[in-house]
Design a protein around this ligand. Structure first.
Ligand SMILES: *[C@@H]1O[C@H](CO)[C@@H](O)[C@H](O)[C@H]1NC(C)=O
Ligand SMILES: *[C@@H]1O[C@H](CO)[C@@H](O)[C@H](O)[C@H]1NC(C)=O
Length: 238
């Protein structure tokens, strides 16, 4: 499970269907097409959404930084010039492109006036999209089943020399930390709701109660993933 999670681009998690134990959007909300999200979503909900987004952004930036550095160090390694071939040029081109794009993805900021759920969603997705280029490059070269070209083997040697294996281990821990922090943030969110806010968040409070009574049949990681899909989602009515 943990292994699988670190491989999954987080965006994919968004496609996972909510389980029936998670609250459905009420029919009143569904039919309320004219009301903008601004009016519809309680302030308290925006607090937890902002928190989850911030954690997610930190997690994405951490991965961009680490992979950027590895790609840059690999490019600078003499190993990468040990073969002179078009395929080796291609290895370097992919990495050069990644170094450039990951740097841009790290530098870019969401304008303050665009800091709503929908824009944040696409902003984070854009970073994830860049990251996936590195992950894909890594996956092929790390493969023990595919037959690698000489050039790919050279890249893999250089990647190992510059910390890809350490990064992979670290990433597994960080992924868990990120998901745990969502559950802890949710816990804190429910505990700090005012009585009026609790009223508006009845369904979430019920989910929280079931989780604490171990009735949801999910461990902390699975529960955190579900929460992530609830609090970080594409909002068509934003
Ligand atoms: C949510 O809706 C689905 C489909 O309409 C239903 O099967 C499920 O039981 C509902 N869940 C809750 C918690 O109401
Ligand atoms: C690199 O690929 C290996 C093998 O598929 C995988 O275990 C590891 O998590 C990947 N690392 C990244 C950063 O995608």
């Amino acid at each position: 499970m943990l292994k699988k999670l670190s491989l999954l681009p987080f965006a994919l998690l968004l496609l996972i269907q909510f389980s029936t134990c998670m609250p459905n959007r009420s029919s009143a909300e569904e039919s309320d097409e004219d009301n903008s999200r601004e009016n519809r979503v309680p302030e308290s909900r925006k607090r937890i959404e902002a928190l989850v987004y911030k954690d997610y952004l930190n997690f994405l930036n951490y991965r961009l930084e680490r992979s950027h550095k590895i790609a840059k160090d690999v490019l600078a390694d003499p190993l990468m010039n040990s073969i002179n071939s078009p395929a080796m040029e291609e290895e370097k081109n992919v990495l050069k492109k990644y170094v450039k794009e990951s740097k841009e993805a790290l530098t870019i900021a969401l304008p303050a006036d665009k800091n709503d759920q929908q824009n944040r969603f696409f902003f984070a997705l854009g970073k994830d999209f860049v990251l996936e280029n590195f992950n894909r490059f890594n996956r092929t070269r790390a493969s023990t089943t595919e037959k690698l070209t000489l050039e790919q083997k050279v890249s893999w040697e250089a990647m190992k020399k510059h910390g890809i294996l350490e990064y992979n281990r670290e990433l597994e821990l960080r992924t868990n930390e990120f998901v745990y922090s969502i559950v802890d943030g949710f816990d804190n969110y429910i505990k700090t709701l005012t009585p009026a806010e609790r009223e508006k968040e009845q369904e979430l409070v019920a989910v929280w109660n079931r989780y604490n009574k171990k009735e949801v049949g999910m461990d902390k990681i699975e529960f955190g993933q579900r929460l992530f899909t609830i609090f970080f989602q594409y909002e068509t009515k934003a």
